[in-house]
Write a protein that binds this ligand. Structure first.
Ligand SMILES: Nc1ncnc2c1ncn2[C@@H]1O[C@H](COP(=O)(O)OP(=O)(O)OP(=O)(O)O)[C@@H](O)[C@H]1O
Ligand SMILES: [Mg+2]
Length: 361
């Protein structure tokens, strides 16, 4: 199976493979169904991302004051951080309609021409996964973004002619999880680029409270904090964990969520205090218990946990690395001192010494 053909809402192998994980950052079917109801509708309601929010606020306010269409906006960041949500907010703040499409949906330049030529003045065109657009479409987009014009090619071979087509001014909002994959000429044509960061636990707490309110779930401060702390800095995961904890609270208790209920529920779902799930912990445990903390090669580690190399590398490791629990070194995978602490294990003396150079301690 070609993992790159997985439809508009997956970012490749890691999202696809991890779709059944409670802590996957990519959207699953249930997410897609409920997310619309949980999406903040304006910048005011949008939690966190202070920098992007303040910058975007200026861009949009200035455009509104000039009575002009806003500059093109590029939003980059990991899955589930709010790119689609922000694009809808941009349209709402500009009081403009929004058209939604994605890079993989635009196979031919003609597909793009059809969309562009049917845009209304001031409309927001949301192009999700813009890094996955085809090359010819990309080149057409350059001209459309800069000059609000496209050349429609009619006919084939030597007789082909380019018919220029004027477009109404529009705002392109591009979203990408892989900003590095965008060709520079495309990146340069955006007037504003917002980099979305992972959220702080405090911010996720606000997300959880807000969503609980919308879902009509009673939750106290500690309960929200417990869920926020396990959500990997990602609002989508926070919302998903909240729904699972709600299930538990309804079935096993009176429906109200406090710290105890949240912790007990997430124990059932095998999401630990730091947001690690069964796979993450299996990788860490193998690294620590079987290989003394490493260094050990990726293939060996994968065999030890009974998973594919790619699954370990792309699904489990990125978060472990981000959390400072695992390091990828030229000699292999190495557990950090924090990893031993997290699993409640004591590093063997010789291993600790051998790894000193690796962590500068
Ligand atoms: N700042 C925020 N405040 C409140 N809720 C948020 C925020 N950001 C995201 N969410 C919630 O998280 C969910 C996922 O957000 P969204 O779909 O915008 O992520 P995305 O960045 O587009 O992800 P993907 O890369 O998978 O497309 C939405 O349901 C939204 O309600
Ligand atoms: Mg999205």
């Amino acid at each position: 199976m070609n993992w790159d053909e997985t439809g508009p809402h997956t970012g490749g192998l890691s999202d696809e493979r991890s779709a059944d994980r409670l802590v996957a950052a990519g959207a699953d079917g249930e997410d897609t169904a409920v997310e619309a109801a949980l999406r903040p509708k304006d910048l005011e309601e949008f939690v966190g991302q202070e920098k992007v929010r303040a910058q975007l606020d200026l861009v949009l306010k200035a455009a509104r004051a000039r009575g002009a269409t806003a500059d093109h906006v590029l939003l980059s960041g990991a899955p589930g951080l709010g790119k689609t949500t922000l694009s809808m907010i941009i349209a709402a703040e500009m009081n403009a309609p929004i058209r939604i499409t994605s890079g993989p949906a635009i196979q031919h330049a003609g597909d793009l021409a059809a969309i562009l030529s049917s845009l209304q003045e001031g409309e927001v065109l949301f192009l999700d996964e813009i890094h996955r657009m085809s090359r010819p479409a990309e080149e057409m987009l350059y001209m459309a973004m800069e000059d609000f014009r496209v050349d429609v090619i009619v006919g084939k071979g030597p007789g082909a002619t380019a018919i220029p087509l004027e477009l109404p001014p529009f705002t392109l909002v591009g979203a990408t999880t892989r900003a590095g994959l965008l060709p520079p000429p495309l990146r340069d044509r955006f007037g504003f680029t917002g980099h979305m960061e992972f959220y702080a636990p405090r911010e996720l707490e606000r997300v959880v409270h807000r969503s609980a309110g919308l879902l009509d779930v009673a939750i106290d401060t500690d309960g929200a904090a417990e869920i926020a702390g396990r959500s990997r800095g990602t609002p989508r995961i926070a919302n998903r964990l909240l729904r699972r904890v709600r299930d538990y609270a309804q079935v096993r208790a009176d429906g109200r969520i406090d710290r105890e209920i949240a912790a007990a529920a997430l124990k059932v779902y095998e999401v630990d205090e730091r947001g690690l799930d069964r796979l993450d912990r299996a990788v860490l445990e193998a690294l620590l218990k079987l290989f003394g903390g490493g260094p050990v090669g990726l293939s060996t580690l994968a065999v030890a946990v009974g998973e594919e190399r790619e699954t370990v590398e792309e699904v489990a490791e990125p978060f472990l690395v981000r959390e400072g629990l695992l390091a990828r070194t030229p000699r292999g995978r190495v557990a950090t001192p924090a990893a031993w602490g997290h699993l409640g294990l004591v590093p063997p003396q010789h291993a600790a010494k051998g790894q000193q150079g690796l962590f500068g301690a």
